[in-house]
Design a protein around this ligand. Structure first.
Ligand code: IDP
Length: 139
């Protein structure tokens, strides 16, 4: 089922650097509607579970410890063509390669601390949204 929804996190670096407001502003200005929103912190265990798909990658341990190092903002967003449009809005994984004006280009400093997460498919958006939000927390 294609839902026109995506899931995002504002990662610990962007939260610590005071960019929550600016990033949410960029997201809503780009036409995304907020369906669910939460300020929370992952544990090493829940971060490990969320990123289990990357378990075999060399950066997995660093990714899990970084993502559990401080609070994050999790959100479900809605817009036509949400997955692709949101990936365009955030820019390349490595902020050094992210296009001018993208969220990662503006607010991220490195490939590991890259300010935001964006789902890469409808299926993963559903799984990732379900990881953080109950049905009663979506509007
Ligand atoms: P994406 O977040 O742009 O979809 P993925 O390849 O799915 O990128 O990687 C997930 C996350 O893992 C990235 O956002 C980044 O934080 C981290 N990551 C990816 N590649 C590297 C790397 O080569 N070194 C360190 N961290 C990485």
């Amino acid at each position: 089922m294609s839902t026109n929804r995506t899931f995002t996190m504002i990662k610990p670096d962007a939260v610590a650097n005071g960019h929550i407001g600016a990033i949410i502003n960029d997201i809503t200005n780009a036409g995304f509607k907020i369906i669910a929103l939460k300020y929370t912190q992952l544990t090493a265990e829940t971060a490990g579970e969320f990123y289990a798909v990357h378990k075999a990658r060399p950066f997995y341990g660093d990714l899990v410890s970084f993502m559990s190092s401080g609070p994050i903002v999790a959100a479900i967003l809605e817009k036509d063509n949400a997955i692709e449009d949101f990936r365009k809005l955030i820019g390349a994984t490595n902020p050094a390669e992210a296009a001018e004006g993208t969220i990662r280009q503006k607010y991220a400093k490195s490939i590991d601390a890259n300010a935001v997460h964006g789902s890469d498919s409808d299926e993963n958006a559903q799984i990732e949204g379900d990881f953080f939000f109950t049905a009663a927390e979506r509007f």
